[in-house]
Design a binder for this molecule. Structure first.
Ligand code: PRX
Length: 663
């Protein structure tokens, strides 16, 4: 794994099979091989070293308490303030004039925010939230696009010990309401609207819709003006940010919170229709987010210009836009919009404009860039880049090579980082300057992390055999539970290998003959579309919510760009079928059939989010089921991907596929 040579793959001519770090990179890298040795010889001592990179108000008395497994406690008795660690201490250390955020708005406006300015903004927000009566432990929902105030809001919550629940601004009012109710949020922070491909789209209106109807726990809605779009106003409940936070005092004294104080809840899709509120706490989370950002991205404070293209609505935005980078005094780009607004050059223009050195994105975007063609990045000077990262889904070797050659000028190391909302921070990844990487492989658990690949019985597998990925040791940034549902927490992650006490990640993986680790994707009913997790059950429930649909089955089928795409099979209600719409729906040339399918796609967008919109919907007379009534998704995936059908012997009616094929 650490060989210094570049091997040539004998079957692929001159294409290197591995890419070794070059001497200059090795010489200045943050990480070295000794990290692995230190962690292996004294794992808890190693994590204590990493925790010491932070400023603690009160030291811990014990590194790990695992006696209440699977709920871990890290850094017992320690106290720290996350916002102080991400902002104040850099100003106190004399770096107040360093830019923290180069913010680039979609319409072309921009703002540079220094650490001193960020401190003043976060303090104002903290003072105003205190004035509103918010107290440590209260929950705040943040439903915002990528504007600086979103980051300020997260940090203000962290500063006050308020537990934030960021809800992706692309989610529907129904999805927002579900999350607000589950966490019993007292406050929602939002914007009037958001810029999307040159147009202002309403956002506060979605909050109004979410809060309409049954009374909710929400007392106030704090609104940042972003687009000037018209908004309806509920007096007494709604508050403008510029009338309140902006006028608050820029001085605020941060207090330390217990290392296990809840920092945030982030909802993610599981295998049922109800999203899981993944709970993260303070000390262990920040320790690992900070450690991984420092070593995996080889980040050098004051020199690098770092850009993670995620949205704060996902865990990548939490750990690698907010907490990891800011704890390490990063100067980073935050971009509000889409990569093709106003045209496909946008990301490359931003890289040139700010001299971005570290760029972290998802394979879907790399494949989209490939589709647009290399002439686009080739038109720009991307020589500032020195490291590239990938996250969210498996990166196919072809996309990996293209990323390195075309974006990275055949120079930059690539870190393919595996982790999850639940793990809080990166778990499996190469270390730049140490690891000789292989296109498509996540390579190895980071120092301090332990993983195994096992079969259904928990037996460790030999290299070359695919199995289930488990994490066999606790780690500092691990989830501490599912909000309001600790039974589900145990069932989902711990019951499968309860005797061994392992965390089951839900992913398949294998080790190759060199012992390097490859992630193979989900083994459960969770789809991964453009790096976003969506459960089949959620989409099915949105489809059956349409009056015309009696039953639905959804699968993730492989897609050249988005990794997976959603393919739905629906049975119409007798009424709808009898009305003649079924007949016409079967005939794709007929507008009425297409209209019904379009209506169903729109329903899913509206109910969940445009990211959950199915690529295809097939109207079928029957679904393949086992005798116990379970839908055989594996077979539907075969149909969706145009493959020969797998074993159909357990079906009640193996002939069902003749009718599905006709559908
Ligand atoms: O299936 C794995 C995939 O994304 C899942 C986690 O999704 P989420 O909680 O939304 O977090 C995404 C960002 C960390 C995993 O179970 N995944 C994530 N990173 C990779 C990956 N699959 C392959 N390679 C990766 N690098």
């Amino acid at each position: 794994m650490t060989s210094a040579t570049t091997d040539l793959d004998s079957t692929a001519g001159s294409v290197p099979a591995t890419y070794s770090p070059d001497a200059a990179f090795i010489a200045s890298a943050n990480a070295d091989g000794a990290l692995y040795e230190r962690a292996a010889s004294d794992q808890l001592g190693f994590w204590a070293d990493q925790a010491r990179r932070l400023q603690w108000d009160q030291p811990w008395t014990q590194v790990l308490d695992w006696s209440d497994a699977p709920v871990a406690k890290w850094f017992i008795d320690g106290k720290l303030n996350v916002a102080y660690n991400c902002v104040d201490r850099h100003v106190i250390d004399g770096h107040g004039e360093q830019v923290a955020i180069h913010w680039e708005g979609e319409p072309g406006d921009s703002r540079d925010i220094t650490y001193s300015e960020l401190l003043a903004e976060v303090s104002r927000a903290a003072n105003y939230l205190t004035e509103l009566g918010m107290r440590a432990g209260d929950r705040v929902a943040i439903y915002m696009p990528m504007v600086p105030e979103a980051i300020v809001s997260m940090l203000a919550c962290a500063r006050l010990g308020l537990t934030h629940s960021v809800v992706f601004a692309g989610f529907s009012p129904t999805a927002l309401r579900q999350r607000v109710d589950d966490a019993e949020a007292r406050l929602v922070i939002t914007t009037d609207g958001q810029w999307r491909r040159g147009a202002a789209a309403p956002l506060k209106a979605a909050v109004d819709e979410a809060l309409d109807g049954a009374p909710s726990s929400v007392e106030h809605v704090l609104v940042v003006r972003r687009t000037n779009i018209d908004v309806l106003w509920t007096e007494g409940r709604d508050l403008w940010w510029h009338d309140t936070v902006t006028d608050a005092s820029p001085d605020h004294q941060a207090q330390g919170f217990d290392a296990e104080h809840p920092l945030f809840i982030l909802y993610t899709s599981g295998t049922t229709g109800k999203p899981k509120g993944i709970l993260h706490t303070t000390g262990g989370y920040l320790t690992q987010a900070s450690y991984t950002h420092h070593n995996v991205f080889d980040h050098k404070a004051g020199h690098d210009v770092y850009w993670c293209t995620a949205d704060i609505g996902w865990v990548t935005g939490h750990s690698y836009i907010v907490y990891g980078p800011l704890s390490n005094r990063a100067t980073q780009v935050v971009y509000e919009g889409t990569p093709n607004s106003p045209d496909e050059h946008r990301h490359f223009e931003i890289i040139e404009k700010y001299g971005v050195t570290i760029y972290y994105t998802a394979p879907t975007l790399v494949r989209t860039f490939m589709k647009w063609g290399r002439q686009i990045p080739d038109a720009h000077n991307l020589s500032s880049l020195r490291l590239l990262g990938s996250v969210g889904e498996p990166i196919n070797p072809e996309a990996w090579r293209w990323y390195r050659d075309v974006i990275g000028g055949n120079r930059t190391p690539i870190v393919d980082t595996w982790w999850q909302t639940e793990t809080g921070a990166i778990m499996i990844s190469p270390l730049p300057g140490v690891t000789a990487t292989k296109p498509g492989a996540a390579m190895a658990p980071l120092p301090g992390i332990s993983a195994k690949i096992v079969d259904d019985e928990g037996t460790e597998l030999d290299s070359g055999r695919s199995g289930l990925l488990v994490l066999d040791q606790p780690w500092p940034s691990m989830l501490r539970g599912i909000w309001n549902d600790m039974d589900r927490f145990r069932e989902t992650y711990w019951d499968r290998f309860a005797a061994a006490g392992w965390y089951f990640a839900g992913d398949g993986a294998k080790l190759d003959t060199d012992g390097d680790l490859w992630i193979l994707g989900r083994v459960d009913d969770v789809m991964n579309v453009s790096g976003h997790r969506i459960s089949t059950a959620e989409v099915e429930s949105a489809l059956v919510g349409h009056a015309g649909v009696a039953e639905a089955a959804v699968v993730g089928a492989s897609d050249d760009t988005t990794g997976q795409a959603i393919v739905a099979f629906v049975i119409l209600t007798a009424d709808t079928a009898a009305s003649g719409r079924l007949q016409v729906a079967r005939n794709s040339a007929d507008n009425t059939g297409a209209a019904l399918i379009a209506e169903l796609k729109a329903e899913v967008s509206r109910e969940i989010s445009p990211i959950a919109r199915p690529r295809e919907i097939h109207i079928v007379p029957e679904l393949p089921k086992t005798r116990s009534g379970k839908i055989m998704r594996r077979l539907l995936r075969d149909v969706a991907e145009g493959r020969e059908l797998g074993d159909t012997s357990t079906l009640v009616d193996p002939k069902v596929f003749e009718t599905i094929a006709r559908g």
